[in-house]
Design a protein around this ligand. Sequence first.
Ligand code: ADP
Ligand code: MG
Length: 698
Amino acid sequence: MSSYLNQDIMYVKGVGQTRAQLLASELKIRTVGDILHYFPFRHEDRTKVYHICDIHEGMQNIQLRGRIIDFSKLGEGAKRRLMATFTDGTGFITLVWFRNLRNIERMYRMGVDYQVFGEPKIFQHGFNIAHPEMEEMETVRNRPLLRMQPVYHLTEKLTAKGISSKLINQIVANALDKIQQLPETLSPDIVSAHQLVSHEQAIRDIHFSQSAEAVSRARRRLKFEELFFLQLSILQYARNRRTETEGWAFPRVGEKFLKFYQEALPFQLTGAQKRVVKEIHADLQSGRQMNRLLQGDVGSGKTIVAALIALLAIDNGFQACIMAPTEILAEQHYHGLSEQLESIGVRVELLTGNVKGKRRREVLEDLRLGAVHVLVGTHALIEPTVEFQNLGLAIIDEQHRFGVKQRAKLWQKNLRPPHVLVMTATPIPRTLAMTVYGDLDVSIIDELPPGRKPITTRHYSQYSRHRIREGVISELRRGRQVYIVYPLIEENERLDLLALEEGYENTIRDYSEWRVGKIHGKMKPAEKEAAMRDFSEGKTHILVSTTVIEVGVNVPNASVMIIENAERFGLAQLHQLRGRVGRGAEHSYCILVTKDQLQETTRERMQIMVETTDGFRIAEADLKFRGPGDIEGTAQSGLPFQLQIASLVGDSTLMSETREAAARIIEADPDESLPLYRIVWQRLRQLKEDLTNYSDIS
Ligand code: ADP
Ligand code: MG
């Protein structure tokens, strides 16, 4: 059986060499098994027939029954088209063709009953359907009815070469014809516990089905299967890594850690901070390599945790590195850490694109000799030219895309892989985090430091500037400072920069008694730093900026965050930006300025921001609003398999269910030897093999 499933698609009836090549290059369908697993993304109910009088705008493909009562030809040359008036007794609709006119005229006749299928579009005074699918009612009545017609994703090229959903479906039928029974892929206990239909049934129903219920059962089964093997593979990997990868042991809590903890700690740690330091410390003593995700909302105090952990590494004779997503943030970490740690004899150095020439050579040299204890920098740190004497710990701040592959690069930096701590303020739901970050253990700081001050958020239209201005001036008079943030995206960079410049000029004019600074990513590093310094030292009162201040920047005296064109930011970003205030002043304000006319979902997004400052609620809403696409793309890039039918974001319940099911098997059958689960392990091996084969090919 499996040999048939592995057979080249070319030999299936109706395919042949040309189509096989097309299917391979356009859809990566190469074998019989591949096409059986090429699932339709939706189904059309073909039992439903509409009346012409019920057609309205925005309908998708619909089915009509009636007759052509007249033909007419219009236009010349390339603009020629053939039109037919079609009626079912309840109204009239125009059918129109732009290509292949002569054949069509010959093929379709007046006075014959047809079933017509296509998408109605408004045209002039009525509706028309371009290039409809037409069948004589006679044929329709005589063929077995497939109620739920599958619709497959196709590319433009395939459509141009005449490969339609119908044809794909026909090929699947031809392939299935040769198959007595498709082997089951899940063990019987799982199938029954989760009330799944069999693999065979699901494959048949997803492609050929008479009822919407059967389709939905098939989808559930196939999604379950997909997510189950994803989870199984991740858990298997995590288990193997835990038992196999030796790590450096940091047995000592040494002099530097204690000295800092007892004498130099600038504040009392929160309970949550203490707890995660303990969790991490336990990992570091175990002799196994740590891979841990530290989640904590904006301002929850992750940096000090990073500093303490770095000291543990140093006390045990190792170096540590801290990687940040932007140069500004790296510089800020560098300044913060060197200030705190230099007094206890720890040398912190910075390595970014701005550190050049002699200075760079010195840093790299001292790093090799072990004279640098903590290296702070950007992505550049993982490059091979950066050599450590004895790297024991890598801390990665706010890098959502720092997946398994990048971490693997770190592993090359010492004889054994360093411990890895990934820190993030983007709280994604736990199961999703565990799936996306695969093999990471998760620690959470779920408590903000005491004395966090309330932030009031308001949403204004851009026409309410005078009201905003009153509030801002009263804060400025209290001696507070203000951020004004403009969006800047690459695709629109030039216009966005213009908007920022204009905003800067307007701000200077509107707030003429105060000093206004400006900062954006296109400025020279020295200019940026100067602008940032002026603001944090209170020399400027208002800072007009792009999102370069998004992550990590800390100016406690700032109490107002104005976000211009707030509709262009995602919720997570708005939350990050808002986190820049509420750090010192008794009361802070976040002002979201948008255009007047907003889409409903945008209005809702602003409303969420006004209602809550809870990072987890915002993250959940964010998932809902952004829909699967965005996160899904980023998230999927870190997965061992690409998902065909299930969605990481949309199928979260099924994801937890499958994770539990997979965890039970990992526990029940640690040696992968129970006869009951043979079928499951075999399937997992096969999926992995397919994966390696494909990466060889493409
Ligand atoms: P994030 O988790 O967003 O990286 P930071 O580490 O930048 O947060 O901390 C935010 C602010 O809170 C900093 O000014 C930091 O000094 C302060 N902070 C952190 N922990 C505490 C604490 N336990 N008590 C008081 N202030 C703290
Ligand atoms: Mg931070």
